[in-house]
Ligand binder design. Structure first.
Ligand code: SF4
Ligand code: SF4
Length: 391
């Protein structure tokens, strides 16, 4: 059939709305599309289980015409990248494929527990810029939190899909156990392109001896990073601290100086029913709702720095930029005292320790001696857009 050059497909009615000034800060936006809130695992510390969010909704119920209208209204001038998130997002593969077909110019990332990775078709794998695979460290710890046999199943799946993947593979470690060793995390460096770790937000995980054990592992990581100028040790929080100390403007430019996990500026977590929140761990708090795909509205992220937060007086602020704003909000704005003393303060102590370990090895001298390819990998890595960078 001949299609005349001036033919335009019929637009949904919302698309006739005027373009609104966007509350998204900066020129990029990450749409974290929760394809389903169902999951095939039952991880003991799952943050989506807080407030009974996990399992509270099934698959996406808004239409792609709704999404079109929302993008046309608020994001017409932005570079968009999509992270498929859950629950376990691959349980709704059909939605992932429809989004990829509808928006072929977007970048795509998948955050998955890895158990169903081998079921993904080549057409999807080839289009993913990055896959974040959740894991907890070594085999014993991972199986303890996720279920027997999960660690081996995930590593097997990762090896199966490696050659069919267009982008990078990143292990996303929730550092839950103080017994996780350097060797276990280093083993992940061999199996993945990058390793990102985040300290678990769980009371009881940071008794003084547990903090000390984690410090020893952090020190080994930093030592390994600086052991050679000729390669980048791909442990993202260490890379990120080095980058931010050597090139402080990189810690601020994509986030308007706010937290590098993007919740105050340019990440939109979209629930299956279309409600929008800045942080996926706060979707149980109605005051955090930032917009809605179906009724097509969006406001500036309500999750912002607050004078009660201690970052302004912190030695780490120039490169940390507030790490996890959820943690800071719960501890200092909501005033949850146990959470502050048992979770947030010990994590901040670990972050400062990591920064001091990097600083005392003179990262500027290391960077000055590194070959261009190594510098480029530390300074300009696309993977920083897909994780929170700080632990
Ligand atoms: S270490 Fe803690 S107090 Fe310091 S800047 Fe980071 S989040 Fe803020
Ligand atoms: S790091 Fe950012 S996205 Fe992650 S839980 Fe904290 S505030 Fe939310």
């Amino acid at each position: 059939m001949h299609v005349p050059l001036n033919f335009h497909p019929r637009q949904p009615d919302h698309a006739a709305d005027p373009v609104h000034e966007s509350p998204v800060i900066g020129n990029r936006v990450e749409l974290q599309l929760i394809t389903t809130l169902r999951c095939n695992l039952k991880c003991t510390y799952c943050s989506a289980a807080v407030g009974d969010v996990l399992g509270s909704q099934g698959n996406v119920s808004y239409s792609l015409d709704h999404l079109d209208a929302f993008i046309a209204r608020y994001l017409g001038q932005h570079e968009v990248y999509v992270t498929f998130y859950g629950g376990e997002p691959t349980l709704n593969l059909e939605f992932m494929q429809s989004v990829m077909e509808r928006y072929p110019a977007f970048r795509f990332q998948l955050q998955t527990n890895g158990t169903l990775l081998d079921d993904l078709p080549d057409s999807v794998l080839a289009r993913l810029s990055n896959i974040l695979v959740s894991i907890d460290g070594g085999e014993e710890v991972t199986d303890g939190y996720r279920g027997k046999g999960i660690y081996r199943q995930v590593v097997k799946n990762v090896n199966k899909i490696r050659d069919r993947l267009g982008g990078t593979l990143t292990a996303r470690v929730t550092w839950s156990s103080a017994d996780t060793t350097f060797e276990e995390l280093d083993e992940l460096v061999q199996a993945f392109d990058y390793v990102y770790f985040q300290f678990v937000a769980m009371e009881g995980a940071y008794a003084p001896e547990m903090v000390e054990k984690r410090k020893q592992v952090l020190a080994r990581m930093v030592e390994e990073f600086f052991a050679s100028h000729d390669r980048v040790y791909p442990m993202i929080p260490v890379m990120g601290v080095v980058r931010n100390q050597v090139l402080p403007s990189r810690a601020t430019e994509l986030y308007a100086g706010q937290t590098q996990c993007r919740v105050s500026t340019h990440i939109l977590n979209i629930m299956p029913d279309g409600k929008i929140y800045p942080c996926p761990d706060m979707m149980y708090m109605p005051e955090m709702q930032q917009g809605d795909i179906v009724s097509n509205w969006l406001r500036k992220s309500p999750l912002q720095p607050h004078p009660a937060m201690p970052c302004g007086q912190c030695e780490a602020y120039a490169w940390c930029r507030g790490n996890c704003l959820k943690n800071l909000h719960l501890a200092y704005v909501k005033g949850h005292e146990d959470y502050r003393s048992q979770v947030v303060e010990p994590i901040c102590e670990l972050v400062r320790f990591l920064g001091r370990e990097v600083e005392r090895r003179d990262p500027r001298a290391w960077y000055a001696r590194a070959p261009l390819a190594v510098r480029n990998k530390v300074a300009n890595n696309e993977v920083y857009e897909y994780v929170e960078i700080m632990p």
